[in-house]
Design a protein around this ligand. Structure first.
Ligand SMILES: [Zn+2]
Length: 546
């Protein structure tokens, strides 16, 4: 009561640092769309109708020109270091032909310091008019004396140049390593530059590991890329050995993304010590817990299912995937108890229904009861192929489903082949989870797939998949539910719901101004983009075209 009175008394006399005017501010139904909001000291101090007393001589004005304003997006599952690393590497995935391939290598090499490796690639020549296997001769001159290692798209082979072969001591006389092949010219017997499987290791082991500075730069690039998508907070999954890079980042005062860290560790009792010693930045870079893996993926048929895949080969009819060793050898149970004792959140990669079922049971056992488990907000990451009993267990036990809608768009093209139609009704089961009362949080899994939030929304709200079809639309959620999964629900999933994820008085002023409205009847999702992105009332992204 006293606080409310004070607020009323203070409001008119203290102008805001920033006001947002002429806006359509999404308040998640609290006051409809608000036209006006005010920010002071990095937090919203007012949301509602125009309030002239908040505008002083030094107040900054943001005229939204009628555009939609949303809370900054929270990406609940992302790999910022990997993604940032990829951004610093040569991309050849969409190279059109041999000339284009070579031209890009030459351009890239020209901008690299002497002696630096030319890395990246992810090339594929299968869609070219003239399908050709690249050779070292393609790139030797273009790489201008620098060593080169460019992976094929699937990562099972790589192109290297003559400099790299020389550094590795690979000649026509080098035998193929076990499990690998050094491709050779049929006439001369000389290596062609293509190394397959384990043979890639002959060269890749020479590539210097990223330094602390490399990692910090990768994180800077990843922050810029995230901001351009309207993302202002991430649940990031580094390795435990990457933590010093985040500590270095935490020394900066101009961060543009908040990081909640869930490193993949080994022995969580030991790793908990490391997290306790972590020098972060409250509200900006904080360790939250640990990530574990329960199974593999649908595409590689390594998801752990309760019944066999529909497209098993005849000699392996009963195959239903398998759990990771930590599930069966006691490691996870031990780790989960250690995390529970240390008050650290547990998030677990679980794709198949059996992986998710066993996860729900193991969590209950580790926390010793539903109330403690609910309070811990444990999460299933991906939670892709569920079943009614698993969904019920998630709802009852407060296990959060951390979902990546773009995976539905991607996998939806082939999931029925792998699972049959019946089981697909419980896959990417957003609607069923919400209806059951489970919390869902959305993310991207970048750089595995795009971090574009609008494409995620399209898949979640419309059920549209990458071949253009609408797939299991009965599992779609409403635009409001989908937005919450990227904002307030995602904040809850990271213990940040009192700080971020809403445009509401007291919340940190992280927000996005969009160029077009996602609330329109049939929005052109791929065309919707952030025009402006703010973090604590500070502009961190502005689209150049406006
Ligand atoms: Zn991931």
């Amino acid at each position: 009561m006293l606080a409310a009175v004070l607020t009323l008394l203070l409001l008119p006399v203290q102008p805001a640092d920033l006001v947002i005017e002429n806006a359509r501010i999404w308040t998640d139904g609290r006051v409809g769309f608000a036209p006006f909001a005010a920010v002071r000291d990095g937090r919203f101090v007012y949301v509602g109708d125009y309030e002239p007393s908040l505008v002083g001589p030094n107040t900054e004005h943001l005229d939204a020109e009628g555009r939609v304003v949303l809370p900054g997006f929270i990406d609940s599952h992302i790999h910022m270091l990997n993604g940032g690393n990829n951004l610093s590497q040569l991309q050849l995935r969409d190279a059109r032909d041999k000339e284009d391939f070579i031209r890009r290598v030459r351009e890239w090499a020209g901008n690299l310091p002497e002696g630096r490796w030319i890395l990246g690639g992810r090339w594929s020549t299968e869609s070219w008019q003239h399908v050709e296997q690249p050779t070292r001769q393609w790139v030797d001159e273009a790489s201008q004396g620098r060593p080169l290692f460019l992976s094929r798209m699937d990562g099972h082979s790589a192109l290297v140049n003559s400099v790299a072969l020389r550094m590795a001591g690979i000649t026509k006389n080098t035998p193929d390593p076990p499990g690998g092949v050094v491709d050779r010219d049929p006439v001369t017997g000389e290596p062609t530059g293509i190394l397959r499987e384990t043979a890639m290791g002959l060269v890749s082991r020479l590539i210097p590991p990223p330094t602390l500075q490399d990692k910090v730069e990768a994180l800077n690039r990843a922050m810029r890329a995230a901001n351009a998508m309207g993302i202002t907070t991430v649940c990031d999954i580094p390795g435990i050995a990457d933590l010093p890079a985040y500590e270095a980042l935490a020394e900066r005062d101009d961060l543009t993304v908040r990081f909640l860290l869930y490193p993949t560790g080994g022995d969580w009792r030991r790793d908990a010590e490391r997290l306790r010693a972590f020098r972060g930045k409250p509200g900006w870079i904080e360790p939250r817990g640990f990530k574990a893996y329960f199974d593999g993926s649908l595409g590689s048929r390594t998801a752990w299912m309760s019944a066999p895949f529909a497209n098993n080969p005849p000699d392996n009819k009963d195959w239903s995937g398998l759990p990771m060793p930590i599930v069966t050898d006691g490691t996870f149970d031990r780790n989960a108890r250690a995390a529970a004792e240390a008050n650290l959140q547990v998030i677990v990669h679980a794709i198949g229904d059996e992986a998710n079922r066993v996860l729900a049971d193991k969590l209950l056992a580790a926390y010793g009861g539903i109330e403690r488990l609910r309070a811990a907000r444990a999460r299933s990451e991906h939670a892709q192929h569920l079943a009614p009993d698993v969904i019920r267990a998630f709802a009852e036990r407060g296990i959060i489903a951390s979902l990546q809608p773009f995976h539905k768009a991607d996998d939806g093209r082939y999931a029925e082949q792998y699972l049959g139609k019946e089981r697909c009704a419980w896959s990417y089961a957003y609607r069923s989870l919400v209806n059951a009362g489970a919390v869902i949080a959305f993310g991207s899994d970048w750089p595995v797939v795009t971090q574009n939030v609008m494409l995620g929304l399209e898949a979640a709200v419309e059920g549209r998949i990458l071949n253009g079809a609408i797939w299991f639309p009965e599992q779609s959620v409403t635009i409001a539910e989908a937005l919450r999964a990227y904002t307030s629900y995602a904040a809850y999933a990271a213990f940040m719901e009192k700080e971020i994820g809403r445009i509401e008085v007291g919340y940190r002023a992280d927000f996005v101004v969009l160029n077009a409205s996602p609330f329109d009847l049939s929005p052109r999702w791929p065309d919707i983009q952030p025009d402006l992105v703010f973090v604590e009332g500070r502009k961190v992204f502005g689209r150049a075209t406006r």
